[in-house]
Design a binder for this molecule. Structure first.
Ligand SMILES: C[S@@+](CC[C@H](N)C(=O)[O-])C[C@H]1O[C@@H](n2cnc3c(N)ncnc32)[C@H](O)[C@@H]1O
Length: 199
């Protein structure tokens, strides 16, 4: 399928893997902007993304790195869906897109002797993840980030109907020194807010 057909790719992957995909449409550019708001892109070198899907956040971050004049960076995107990972890898040579689980982040950092991570951006659907996966990813993220570095992620407004969303919030409050929730981005399907977590 052509990469121009992102919504169709999303829907077909949602039908095949509804729990992992956790969305019927890719995030909007408005949500991608909110995800990037306030980040100092001159100061980030080691970056991870979880669940890039069709790459809306990947491209938003890469554009901002370019605009900030940051050319020396390492961008590693971990995507569980093999087809999505392969398509994004093909069209995004500046990112190291891997068919991998976000739960692999700590072992990747250790094995590849990476410096403490400067930024983690996540597109995972937290309410639908099993509790041990959600907590494991959050705990590893908090360990690999350098002190003062940010973890950005989002939640659907409607996701608050699910207990997993509240457990996600409680775990973030436990692990990060700052935990902030943005106003709702209404121009997204479904509307969503951004979580800003600082180690
Ligand atoms: C809600 S979609 C978001 C996609 C994209 N970031 C966006 O905002 O349009 C969640 C994505 O996370 C991926 N995913 C789910 N569980 C994952 C995991 N444990 N590790 C890596 N990717 C995962 C899914 O395959 C899907 O592409």
């Amino acid at each position: 399928m052509s990469t121009a057909n992102k919504p169709l790719r999303f829907i077909s992957e949602f039908v095949r893997h509804p729990v992992a995909t956790a969305a019927i449409a890719p995030s909007s550019r408005h949500l991608a902007s909110a995800m990037c708001e306030g980040i100092d892109f001159t100061a980030v070198r080691t970056i991870f993304e979880f669940g890039p899907g069709t790459g809306v956040f990947t491209h938003a971050v890469l554009e901002r790195l370019k605009a900030a004049g940051t050319t020396e960076f390492r961008y590693t995107a971990l995507e569980l869906n093999e087809r999505m990972a392969a398509e994004l890898r093909e069209k995004t040579p500046r990112a190291d897109v891997r068919h991998a689980n976000a739960l692999d982040i700590e072992s990747i950092c250790t094995r590849e002797q990476l410096p403490p991570v400067d930024l983690v951006v996540s597109g995972l659907g937290w309410p639908s993840l099993p509790g041990h996966v959600r907590d494991g990813i959050l705990e590893q993220t908090a360990r690999v980030l350098r002190p003062g570095a940010e973890f950005r992620t989002f939640g659907y407004h409607v996701g608050l109907l699910f207990p997993g969303a509240w457990k996600f919030r409680a775990k973030c409050r436990e692990l990060f020194s700052i935990f902030e929730i943005s106003p709702v981005t209404w121009r997204n399907l479904p509307p969503a807010f951004v979580y800003r977590c600082v180690k």
